[in-house]
Design a protein around this ligand. Structure first.
Ligand code: MLT
Length: 327
């Protein structure tokens, strides 16, 4: 019995000696942030924005690595399989962290169980946008146009399970629309093709489309939120346009499961400091985004959001009868 106690005490001491110095010295080299979509898109923009601030708090550079493909799931698989030492983290989104399991039955991660949650990064409503020369003037006219030309039209998205894919699925199903779906590695390149008139329309994060709307290179019909955005005061909400369609996106920072708690806490604290910075808050407002309230921040807030979003979105996808293969 005495020997057993000594062995247990010895193992506990060894464990604490392993994790305490790792956290005490953290971070002593650059941290890789996997962005599971193409550069220049909404996840990339927000990851670089908060990552730059976090670099200053942590005293080490956060280096973004874009690993796009399969609606962001390829990048998140890379993150889940990385060493849980705090030197590889990821910024996923509502698609990768809540919609993907319903679309990929053999997905190699469970958003609620396979990660050490760090925190919610931002919320952003979706916007209904079309190529610049689309003639419709109002949301109702636009929907009539979509119905009239249906299968001749193209809808761009960031891969099966991405936010633009799922929000488009819900929007298109609502009006019986079956456009040709064009997948990209992120909505950064998809928006470039919308500007170029290569694709016809998208439902995409306001964060990604506001610069183009302001530049007049694409047309916007509505913001899918209960309130107008202060950065687009003249753009009506879907409700004002007479359509019942609200869709809010979010981004989340995660680390591989097993990352020491002290390190996760340091990352969450650095993320919180970024979210409190007035410069970042101003940029969020310009991009139509908002930061999580204090009570929603940190690992517990994100865990709660992931669980509730998986529960909310899974039946919507199942009801649409869609899988990755059918898209
Ligand atoms: C991106 O960063 O490209 C987007 O967040 C993709 C999406 O989920 O629609």
């Amino acid at each position: 019995m005495a020997l057993m106690c000594r062995l247990i005490a010895g193992s506990l001491l060894a464990l604490s000696l392993q994790s305490v110095p790792a956290a005490a010295q953290y971070p002593n080299k650059p941290i890789t942030v996997i962005v599971p979509f193409a550069a220049g898109g909404p996840t990339d923009v927000v990851a670089r924005l908060v990552g730059d601030h976090m670099s200053r708090t942590l005293g080490q550079t956060l280096v973004v690595e874009n690993v796009g493909g399969a609606g962001g799931t390829l990048g998140m698989i890379r993150a889940v399989q990385a060493q849980p030492d705090g030197y590889t983290i990821a910024v996923g989104n509502m698609g990768t962290q809540s919609a993907a399991p319903a679309l990929y039955p053999n997905l190699k991660y469970d958003p609620a169980k396979s990660f050490a949650q760090v925190g919610i990064v931002n919320y952003t409503p979706q916007a209904i946008v079309a190529k610049k020369d689309t003639a419709a003037k109002t949301l109702k006219e636009f929907i009539d146009y979509l119905k009239a030309h249906n299968t001749k039209l193209t809808y761009g998205h960031a891969g099966v399970g991405s936010i633009s894919h799922v929000s488009g699925l819900v929007f298109n199903a609502k009006f019986g629309l079956t456009p040709n779906l064009v997948p990209y590695r992120g909505t950064g390149p998809a928006i470039r093709d919308l500007v170029g008139g290569v694709i016809d329309y998208m439902v995409d994060q306001s964060l990604n489309v506001i610069p183009q709307i302001q530049a007049g290179t694409i047309k916007v019909y509505a913001i899918a939120a209960p309130e107008r955005l202060s950065s687009l005061p003249d753009v009506p909400t879907t409700g004002e346009g007479g359509v019942d369609f609200i869709f809010s996106a979010w981004n989340a920072m995660v680390a591989p499961k097993g990352t020491p708690k002290e390190i996760v806490a340091m990352l969450a604290d650095a993320l919180g400091k970024a979210l409190d910075d007035p410069t970042i808050q101003k940029r969020y407002v310009e991009l139509g985004s908002s930061a999580p309230k204090s009570a929603e921040r940190g690992p517990a807030g994100l865990q709660k959001l992931v669980e509730s979003e998986v529960a909310r979105i899974t039946p919507v996808i199942k009801a649409a009868g869609v899988t990755a293969e059918s898209q």
